[in-house]
Design a protein around this ligand. Structure first.
Ligand SMILES: [Zn+2]
Length: 166
């Protein structure tokens, strides 16, 4: 199917494939505890706890402005999987599956979206977009909710450029 917008196709690195395979093949094993690298967010343990506490209090009071302020002050950093540590813990049968996955060329295809209302840009995975694409209402291109302004005005950037040029 011809799409009136571009996608970005990229070959995954070995590290990225390792992370995906380890997460995928250990997902059903409830006894397997994933190991993560320590996160350095510049906060001490006590400071992080105090911040979490303040955030809970703000959310309890529905004070979303304060909650936003706290989150922006110290953005949450997603912990990264410790690849060697997890790989060492894999059983030989799972390790075999992970090695097989990593030896293949795996591509990731994404679309860059831009919001027609607030100009916010976001990159989304093509597979996820296609799953939720309501092609009855919008047969030519997907439309998504903008996580910045909460309006359903997020469109592929090529469509955004076409509409803004008009
Ligand atoms: Zn927006």
């Amino acid at each position: 199917m011809h799409k009136p917008f571009k996608t970005n196709k990229r070959l995954l690195s070995k590290e990225e494939k390792m992370i995906r395979a380890i997460e995928f093949y250990t997902f059903d094993d409830l006894d397997f505890e994933l190991e993560y690298l320590p996160v350095d967010d510049g906060l001490t343990h006590e400071e992080r706890a105090a911040l979490d506490d303040a955030l809970d209090k703000a959310l309890d009071k529905d004070d979303f402005l304060e909650a936003d302020r706290l989150c922006e002050l110290h953005p949450y950093i997603e912990p990264q999987l410790d690849v060697p540590k997890n790989y060492d813990k894999l059983s030989s049968s799972v390790r075999f599956l992970v090695d097989a996955f990593v030896s293949r060329d795996i591509f990731e295809e994404t679309i860059t979206f831009k919001c027609l209302k607030c100009d916010y840009e976001e990159t989304l995975d093509l597979e996820i977009v296609e799953e939720s694409w309501d092609d009855i209402g919008f047969p030519d291109y997907p439309v998504a909710y903008c996580s910045n302004c909460n309006k359903d005005r997020l469109v592929p950037i090529d469509i955004y450029n076409k509409k803004k040029l008009k």
